[in-house]
Design a protein around this ligand. Structure first.
Ligand code: FAD
Ligand code: MLT
Ligand code: ZN
Length: 475
């Protein structure tokens, strides 16, 4: 069965003429994976999935859909945490999936850049960079399936932000198909270019509401010769922030990752993810996963981190630590961190809060939100972890054994307000790195300056006057 009947007459044939049979998914069953999000929270229904294989094909597809005023849902690896790439339930929207646009167009090692297409999988780009003896530092749990077009469109963060910034800071140029099908070629590999408004930054983080990113020029960095990785046991968020300051004082920018895991996260991973183990001999209230990247040899890098952590142990800040002594051990430590989302998903339902506060205020976030939630919802289990090095905490709340999922989700709006009001009072943001998508589209009105929202709507109207790009998301 297919739903081509939902499309204006002749449109499906026009699209087929552009992308061929290999670029169309019409069968309802085959479309399902594209219509549901990674968490299984959003289930849409598309008229069609189109998979163009070149910029020219994307442009022709968008022109055809624009002429017919058919809504477009751009999609990359479909790992969005906020329903950003899921169509609505009308059956009239068309998913434009970029996965077939997966060529690396050029690597310019002397310029420290690579020019890549939107459908390149992030982990593959990390490998391409390493092959040129360079580092592409964007790194996140979904890197085996998310695509660079999606990373750019969400301005993804991940675990390297402390040292290298988020995706916005890793891009020099973009190629974008505009909502009317014209192609903007902004694929410049320049570190300096003050020729007016920096338009690429409009499309970064726009979540597919302003156009389709088809290619990008990305920054490359020197590849560190050695990584030292450790898991340090601490008492809580306050100790994490103090330790971060001390490690940066001692090691400077060589501290490239600093992730916070309360014990409950380690327990969830050990329970649900095979072949994982606690690297320390007894449980502690919380941990930080610290990574130091160095140009010295491995022994020197390890000694530097060991010494810095050793002095924190002497001060009573760190209670115990496990330092990876092989690549396998390093990956095992990262496995405890990167599998938290998967373990949480397997454990049951959760209400996610991807929030940011100034790093100095992270301890207050834990104290104030924890107290406010405990007063009203004593049964809620808080699973709050993440990128403490840049102030981004995934302040997730999960269902306790006694609550039914349905009742839990009925409480979600109230739970959100409790957490977000605290975040707001600390000068924070209710979406640090995942975007707004459909999850926070309405919630943002409560927390963002109306003038900022008005400016955003004006930009949207200018670029997409017919409102066909990812309607129902962000605004
Ligand atoms: P999709 O999910 O396909 O799309 C995301 C948004 O971008 C949608 O709005 C879509 O319409 C739009 N879009 C996609 N491609 C294009 C394009 N070419 N042009 C225009 N718009 C486009 N995120 C983080 O920031 N940090 C993390 O640490 C992190 N960890 C994660 C861990 C797990 C296990 C999972 C499942 C997700 C995680 N995420 C994280 C969220 C997600 O992986 C990121 O948001 C990622 O950048 C999305 O990429 P994608 O290719 O899957 O995009
Ligand atoms: C992560 O950092 O692991 C994800 O962004 C977190 C999440 O699942 O909320
Ligand atoms: Zn994250």
């Amino acid at each position: 069965m297919n739903d081509l009947a939902h499309l204006p007459s002749g449109l499906a044939d026009r699209l087929r003429a552009i992308v061929g049979d290999a670029g169309l998914v019409t069968d309802a069953h085959a479309r399902e994976p594209f219509e549901t999000d990674w968490r299984g929270q959003y289930h849409g229904k598309a008229a069609l999935v189109v998979k163009p294989a070149s910029t020219a094909e994307v442009a022709a597809v968008v022109k055809a859909l624009s002429d017919a005023r058919v809504a477009i849902v751009p999609q990359g690896g479909n790992t969005s945490m906020c329903g950003g790439a899921t169509p609505d339930e009308s059956g009239t929207q068309v998913i434009v999936n970029l996965s077939r646009m997966n060529k690396v167009r050029a690597v310019d090692a002397a310029n420290n850049t690579m020019t890549v297409e939107a459908g390149c999988v992030l982990a593959e780009l990390q490998r391409v960079a390493a092959g040129a003896d360079r580092l592409f530092p964007l790194s996140l749990g979904a890197e085996g399936s998310c695509e660079i077009g999606g990373n750019l469109s969400t301005n993804a963060g991940g675990t390297g932000v402390l040292r290298y910034g988020n995706t916005r800071e890793l891009v020099l140029g973009l190629e974008v198909v505009l909502p009317d099908g014209r192609v903007w070629n902004g694929l410049r590999g320049l570190r300096k270019d003050n020729t007016g408004y920096d338009l690429k930054h409009l499309f970064v983080g726009a979540e597919g509401t302003l156009g389709i990113i088809t290619a990008a020029v990305l920054k490359l960095f020197p590849r560190p010769r050695a990584m030292a990785t450790a898991m340090a046991a601490i008492d809580g968020p306050e100790q994490a922030v103090t330790l971060l300051g001390k490690l940066r004082e001692a090691c400077g920018d060589r501290i490239t990752a600093f992730e916070y895991l309360p014990r409950i996260c380690v327990d969830l991973v050990l329970k649900h993810i095979p072949n994982t183990r606690d690297p320390l001999s007894e449980p502690y209230p919380a941990y930080v996963l610290v990574e130091l990247s160095d140009n010295a040899d491995a022994a020197t890098a390890n000694a530097t981190l060991e010494e810095a952590l050793g002095s924190a142990v002497e001060e009573g800040l760190v209670r115990d630590a496990a330092l990876a002594s092989s690549d396998a051990q390093r990956l095992a430590l990262w496995g405890l961190r990167e599998n938290i989302s998967e373990a949480q998903k397997q454990d049951g339902v959760s209400i996610k809060h991807d929030v940011a506060v100034p790093v100095s205020r992270v301890p207050e976030l834990y104290a104030l939100a924890g107290k406010a939630l405990a007063e009203k919802y004593p049964d809620i289990r808080i699973v709050a972890f993440g990128h403490v090095g840049d102030g981004n905490i995934h302040y997730n709340c999960s269902k306790s054994e006694r609550q039914a999922a349905e009742e839990f989700f009925r409480q979600a709006a109230d739970v959100n307000h409790i957490v977000y009001d605290v975040v707001q009072s600390l000068g924070g943001s209710i979406s640090a790195e995942h975007g707004l998508g459909q999850l926070k589209r309405d919630e943002i009105k409560r927390y963002k300056d109306p003038l900022e929202l008005e400016l955003m709507r004006n930009i949207k109207k200018t670029l997409d006057p017919h409102g066909i790009m990812n309607p129902g998301k962000v605004l």
